[in-house]
Design a binder for this molecule. Structure first.
Ligand code: DP6
Length: 358
């Protein structure tokens, strides 16, 4: 029996890109392959409650609540996502939905939530699709095939490019690359090898330098790459960096990991500074933190690396084996640089989890 009424809940994490996705074309296709680390604590929980539609229509009928409050300001992004996927999920036209979403991280933390929220929503749709198409009650809806995850990643991409990577645990790539068999711009995939144990317990301390909303939307940001004078070289550089990073992750080469991670972060900002119009998002404390991190690395010989999103906050990446000295350094030197001394301590995560399913 297919139930036409119920609720599905997924919890999906954010991710931090090491090789940056910056520039897209067509329908959410990346100009270069990217690689990220899936986080654990920074996540979104999304519930999709559904019942038969009162008045049938060609549009998706839904209400959206963020932390319990009806939020119409989020509708534009969700509408645009539904428009892209409605042809593949016919039930979107026949059911009424109530979407409830909550982030584990504060809205004002400057952490982009599109990766976690769009992957959570895409996973809810894929689960509902499986459930409504289910032939018998026997199927275990808590076990997810490779095909299910790669489908969910494809739909997550249509919501937000970086969301495609959040569907998988650990280090994840998205985009076509000659060294990754089966890689495609349509969806992300886990690494085809086990990472060296040095990288198996990686940490990310998010230094909230400025909690203000991102000053460049990713939509505007990606657009800046169209006609950017350095675009083609950038795409080539990303591909080369990915080759080198894959080798580093496999062999435990911390030095290359640090070098590539930081080069990618600064390239992202250099590209924004050289675009027309330009965006200069680095704050004084961002630069001071970068200096402190470099000095600490040189003095202590500990392979900490910084990376940046399209904003002023600094992500400090470090191996769990060095957690003690690195966290003492964070408290002493970096905490005072953060807004209200705010830092989110996160680490490499296991990927999304289904929380409720009828
Ligand atoms: C700098 O995934 O937010 O974080 O596809 O337009 O939703 P849309 O963009 P989005 O871009 C992320 C850009 C980045 C780098 C990255 O995550 O790879």
């Amino acid at each position: 029996m297919n139930k036409q009424e119920g609720q599905i809940t997924w919890e999906s994490p954010s991710n931090i890109a090491i090789i940056k996705y910056w520039g897209k074309h067509g329908i959410q296709l990346p100009e270069n392959p990217s690689l990220s680390m899936t986080l654990s604590k920074c996540k979104t929980v999304t519930s999709l409650a559904y019942k038969p539609e009162a008045v049938p229509s060609d549009k998706v009928s839904y209400d959206f609540f963020f932390h319990g409050e009806k939020k119409d300001s989020f509708r534009a992004k969700i509408d645009s996502f539904f428009e892209k996927v409605i042809a593949d999920f016919p039930f979107l036209k026949t059911l009424d939905f109530e979407i409830r979403s909550e982030n584990s991280f504060p809205h004002s933390s400057g952490i982009a939530s599109s990766a976690s929220s769009m992957s959570a929503l895409a996973l809810c749709l894929c689960s509902l699709d499986e459930m409504l198409g289910r032939k018998s009650e026997d199927k275990d809806l808590n076990s997810f095939s490779d095909e299910f995850l790669s489908r969910a990643s494809n739909y997550a991409r249509l919501g937000s490019g970086s969301a495609s990577r959040s569907v998988y645990p650990g280090f994840v790539t998205w985009g076509k690359h000659h060294e990754l068999e089966g890689s495609t711009n349509l969806q992300a995939q886990p690494l085809p090898f086990e990472v060296h144990e040095f990288f198996s317990d990686y940490r990310d301390a998010v230094l909230i330098i400025d909690p203000a909303r991102k000053s460049v939307s990713s939509r505007a940001g990606h657009k800046l790459m169209q006609g950017h004078p350095y675009a083609l070289n950038r795409y080539k550089q990303a591909s080369g960096n990915l080759s080198e990073l894959l080798r580093a992750l496999k062999t435990g080469d911390a030095e290359s990991f640090v070098r590539i991670t930081e080069q990618e972060a600064l390239t992202l900002h250099a590209l924004m500074m050289m675009s027309d119009p330009y965006f200069l998002l680095l704050k004084e404390h961002t630069l001071t933190a970068i200096d402190e991190i470099r000095n600490f690395r040189q003095e202590q010989n500990i392979p900490v690396a910084f990376t940046l999103d399209a904003g002023p906050n600094v992500h400090l990446l470090y191996p769990g084996s060095f957690a003690e000295p690195v966290e003492a350094f964070i408290t002493e030197r970096l905490k005072p640089l953060c807004a209200e001394e705010k830092i989110i301590f996160d680490h490499i995560g296991q990927g999304p989890e289904i929380k409720a399913c009828p």
